[in-house]
Ligand binder design. Structure first.
Ligand SMILES: Cc1cc2nc3c(=O)[nH]c(=O)nc-3n(C[C@H](O)[C@H](O)[C@H](O)COP(=O)(O)OP(=O)(O)OC[C@H]3O[C@@H](n4cnc5c(N)ncnc54)[C@H](O)[C@@H]3O)c2cc1C
Length: 540
């Protein structure tokens, strides 16, 4: 619909037809979990527009329940099926926006009536109907990605017993482990039974209804309802059938103007592959933001509002910026995570901080964890992740903007951000993260992510904090006593300073460094990261 309406705004004379296999156009996929949770009460609120309104306002002919089955490039026609009848539509420009489909494994029970996926309004109605009938008490959500997490929350909101099974060793696999750990803690705190490190083995029961899920490691989780949210695959059959180029990622290959290998056919959204804005490699990023922007570009081309080749491609690069809320915690990413950098063989450094989302003295301050991934030497930002209760979205968007413009951690440190106590801090968490990175780059501090076995862990928190739990083998010298007691430390052994979140550890590092200690490092992120304790557990 983005492509169709944009084309109309540019060309009043075009004949524009939209073919939709389902019964709805422009419905809010992203709102579906919140309708199931009961927060969006009225289903009609999810229907952003209707075929009638589109016809009235845009003079676009929307054909629902009409599936495009073939594109004949030689005659420039799209062949579709409506109510069993073939229909043929001639085109000068065709736009393929077939999206993606939820992956359903080919295993027994996967088509049972109480095994569902969530992609469409029809899926949502099926789930609402099943839940409304009563008798559903235990739900197993298979897959701990964005939709799985949103649905684990939604179903918990509906007072159901929820088990979330994630094959990876952590929930929210796109994020690094220490960021995703916060999400897992939040899920557990709200009663979700989180099972990681093992996938769906088999569905127990028959085609008439499953009664449970057995994991690959043989554990059985009873279920009255199973939601499969194990990812999506791009709907490329139409494009493949037309002989269009499919990229190595499995998405339809397009250029920066969304043109496929046939310039008369454009493709957008989840069905396509994109250029990763950081690695410049091809990727699939099935998200609403890129899909909508690509739709606008395709509409511009289709509406004759741009001449491809005249200027730079506009739609191709995607940073994969994404955010999810799970109960009171939000978490998200933009650009490369540390593990993505490792997987791509890209040299990188990281900086992890915890800081209040606004001035800590102003009521309602909550901690944020920020992780930067940047290029050694140049300090160019490669990616970032943020997690916390409030203010996550704004930080991610600032970071995505810095990434978009190819900025460095120095740029981030110098950003002139809006500040009043209820909104941020004079040194925003993003500044603090950038300062850490700047210090690392300048050699002002050396940080480690893991304490090497031969090193002495030096806990510089208060004696009371130390008594509440510390890292294995750690000794305690509170920061305030360090100058006086530094002689207690060995000079022939590496010392790793740490505190709750890394800040006092850094000060301790600087004290010891200036006292002549040479084998020193500060533990990045501090105790809260190393011990994986909830954000805000005494973080200061
Ligand atoms: C539950 C859920 C929550 C989400 N939340 C977020 C979020 O918070 N943020 C975010 O960025 N993204 C989110 N997404 C992803 C986002 O919805 C998609 O990235 C976006 O909808 C992709 O747009 P699209 O037009 O490519 O595909 P779709 O929106 O899937 O549209 C494709 C349409 O094509 C139709 N179709 C397919 N084949 C044919 C055919 N042969 N003929 C005719 N019609 C056909 C389908 O019926 C479908 O209506 C969410 C998705 C889901 C399912």
């Amino acid at each position: 619909m983005s492509a169709a309406t944009r084309a109309r705004r540019l060309d009043e004379s075009a004949r524009i037809t939209v073919l939709e296999a389902g019964g709805f156009v422009s419905f809010a996929n992203c709102g579906l979990p919140y309708h199931i949770a009961g927060r969006i009460k009225d289903e009609s609120a999810l229907l952003v527009t209707t075929p009638k309104r589109i016809a009235d306002r845009f003079n676009i002919d929307v054909r629902t329940q009409t599936r495009a089955v073939r594109i004949d490039r030689s005659t420039r026609t799209v062949h579709a099926v409506h109510a069993g009848e073939e229909q043929v539509f001639a085109y000068d420009v065709a736009v393929i926006a077939t999206g993606a489909a939820a992956i359903v494994p080919a295993i027994a029970g996967a088509t049972a009536p109480n095994v569902l996926t969530l992609r469409s309004m029809e899926d949502t109605r099926r789930m609402q109907e099943l839940l409304g009938r009563g008798g559903v008490r235990r739900v197993v959500v298979v897959g701990g990605g964005f939709i799985g997490l949103e649905m684990a929350e939604a179903l918990t909101d509906r007072k159901l017993d929820v088990t979330l099974i994630e094959k990876n060793g952590q929930v929210l696999p796109p994020l690094d482990a220490e960021m995703a750990a916060l999400v897992e803690l939040e899920l557990r705190a709200h009663g979700v039974n989180v099972v990681t490190g093992t996938g769906l083995g088999r569905l127990v029961g028959g085609a008439e209804g499953v009664t449970g899920v057995e994991t690959e490691d043989g554990r059985l989780f009873p279920a009255d309802l199973v939601l499969l949210s194990i990812g999506v695959r791009p709907n490329v059959e139409l494009a493949r059938g037309a002989g269009l180029m499919i990229g190595a990622t499995g998405g339809i290959a397009v250029d920066g103007w969304q043109r496929t290998s046939d310039p008369a056919i454009l493709a957008v959204g989840d069905a396509t592959e994109v250029v990763n804005g950081v690695t410049r490699g091809f990727a699939r990023v099935p998200l609403g933001g890129p899909a909508n922007r690509q739709g606008r570009v395709a509409g511009t081309v289709a509406g004759g509002g741009a001449v491809p080749g005249d200027s730079q491609p506009v739609a191709g690069t995607v940073m994969g910026t994404a955010i999810v809320q799970v109960f009171s915690l939000s978490a998200g990413l933009t650009g490369l995570t540390e593990k993505a950098a490792v997987a791509a063989g890209i040299a990188h450094e990281t900086a992890v901080i915890t800081a209040s989302h606004h001035a800590s003295y102003y009521p309602g301050a909550h901690p944020l964890r920020v992780k930067l991934v940047y290029e050694p030497g140049s300090g160019k930002l490669l990616g970032a992740q943020v997690a916390g209760r409030d203010g996550v979205d704004k930080r991610l968007d600032v970071l995505a903007t810095v990434l978009h413009f190819g900025g460095t951690v120095e740029d981030l440190a110098r950003l002139d951000l809006a500040y009043a106590p209820q909104f941020g801090s004079a040194k925003d968490p993003l500044h603090m993260a950038a300062f850490v990175a700047e210090n690392q780059l300048a050699g002002v501090v050396k940080t480690v992510r893991v304490i090497p076995p031969e090193a002495l862990p030096l806990d510089v928190r208060s004696a009371a904090e130390f008594a509440g739990g510390s890292l294995p083998g750690a000794i305690n010298i509170p920061l305030e006593e360090l100058r006086r007691r530094a002689s207690e430390l060995p000079r022939d052994r590496a010392v790793v300073t740490f505190c709750q979140i890394g800040q006092r550890g850094y000060v301790a590092y600087r004290i010891l460094h200036q006292l002549g200690f040479t084998r020193l490092a500060n533990l990045e992120g501090g105790y809260v990261v190393a011990a994986s304790v909830p954000l805000g557990a005494g973080a200061h």
